[in-house]
Design a protein around this ligand. Structure first.
Ligand code: XIL
Length: 380
């Protein structure tokens, strides 16, 4: 099945994907742009329906303000997405204006929006090195465990039974090379609690909402770059350790912030990593997918094709792994993307990393995702 499917994909990296199937190791070579590549697909179904037809979930992150103040966007979101992830509204910095106060206004509104529109809701995140309130600096090793446990308990109990999954710990490993042999990154939690913070967070999470899928989420897991190799092996070691000590972790979240100009993609290595994770009894979620076009030439059609090819090539590899159960993009429309701030183009042109353009029209990237779902094996 897979080999003939690969042949029909007409991907820039089709040869690499095929090599992955036949077990032959081959270096990836990104094919030059093919203007004839049309990303054609059939049928009228939305992305969430195409995903559901394969037993998968498709959805996206969004902000409170985009959904609340842009009804046209909110309508498109509900039509397209089976799951909603608040982009920032459940992070410490948003929920905790003071050490003795919680502000759930925006997160509650988003939970209601999801429920009213029959969309699953997903939590992001409970322990991260970024987006923390300033008062966290006043927490010490003496009270850190209590502060972390109380936060997780309070926040998770509020949405208990309504959450598909929670990113319990985010980005403990990826980033500048760590001085530690376990690869753990400097973060307030590591400083205060050492690596115990991970156990504490997952244990508190399991007690607070026994129904939610508990996820360890990380980035820089995709490419054949030294830093990604390092992240993959440290993440695998961490997951092995957590599982061996029966810490309640249920899934790995792979952020998948990709770059259309990056050529170091090795499908074989990614497949192996996914199957190693799956063999631990873990599910896998693609949690934050988007594709940078920052370093591509200015031509718009070319950029859109290249971004689309990156989506399809990546998803066609990861969806072959049955443990992968969900795909989320980090935004739905180029109208609202964090990359506008973090990865603008030098020529000043607007970036185009998501499935819908700034006018909420479908892009080749939409077709690419649809094609990957249509070609994916059905989950049992
Ligand atoms: C980003 C948001 O998109 C931005 O709005 C915010 O300013 C910073 O955080 N990895 C993650 C997400 O896990 O939480 C990040 O979201 C993007 C990278």
């Amino acid at each position: 099945m897979t080999l003939s499917r690969r042949r029909t994909l007409q991907l820039g990296l089709g040869a690499v994907a095929a090599a992955g199937c036949s077990g032959i190791e081959r270096q990836p070579v990104r094919a030059s742009d093919n203007p004839k590549q049309t990303f054609s697909m059939t049928g009228e179904m939305q992305l969430k329906q195409r995903a559901a037809a394969k037993g998968l979930i498709y959805g996206s992150a969004a902000s409170y303000s985009s959904l609340k103040q842009d009804p046209q966007f909110a309508k498109l979101f509900a039509e397209t997405c089976g799951i909603l992830v608040p982009e920032n509204e459940l992070k410490w910095g948003a929920l905790r204006p003071a050490s003795d106060r919680y502000d759930f206004t925006q997160a509650d509104w988003m939970a209601d929006y999801a429920q009213q529109n029959n969309i699953l809701f997903r939590g992001h995140n409970l322990a991260w090195k970024h987006f923390n309130p300033d008062w966290l600096e006043g927490v010490t090793s003496r009270n850190a465990e209590q502060v972390l446990t109380r936060h997780i308990t309070t926040v998770m109990k509020r949405y208990a039974g309504r959450m598909h999954s929670w990113d319990v710990v985010n980005e403990a490993i990826a980033g500048i090379p760590s001085w530690r042999s376990d690869g753990l990154q400097t973060s307030p939690w590591l400083t205060m609690l050492d690596k115990d913070y991970i156990d504490i967070a997952f244990r508190a999470a399991a007690a607070a909402d026994p129904k939610a899928m508990l996820v360890y989420n990380d980035t820089a897991l995709e490419y054949e770059k030294p830093e990604d190799e390092r992240t993959r092996s440290a993440v695998l070691a961490l997951l092995r350790d957590l599982k061996s000590r029966k810490i309640p972790v249920h899934a790995l979240g792979i952020q998948a912030h990709l770059d259309a100009a990056e050529t170091r993609f090795n499908a074989n290595k990614l497949r192996r990593f996914l199957s190693d994770v799956a063999s631990l009894g873990l599910k896998i979620l693609i949690t934050e997918m988007d594709v940078k076009d920052q370093n591509l030439p200015p031509d718009r059609e070319l950029r859109d094709r290249s971004v689309a090819r990156t989506y399809e090539e990546y998803l066609s590899v990861v969806l072959d792994e049955p443990a992968v159960v969900a795909v989320m993009t980090w935004g739905l429309s180029d109208r609202y993307t964090w990359l506008t701030e973090t990865n603008p183009r030098k020529d000043g042109l607007a970036i185009r990393p998501l499935p819908y353009d700034e006018n909420l029209g479908r892009k080749p990237a939409w077709n690419a995702i649809a094609r990957a779902f249509d070609a994916a094996p059905k989950r049992s």
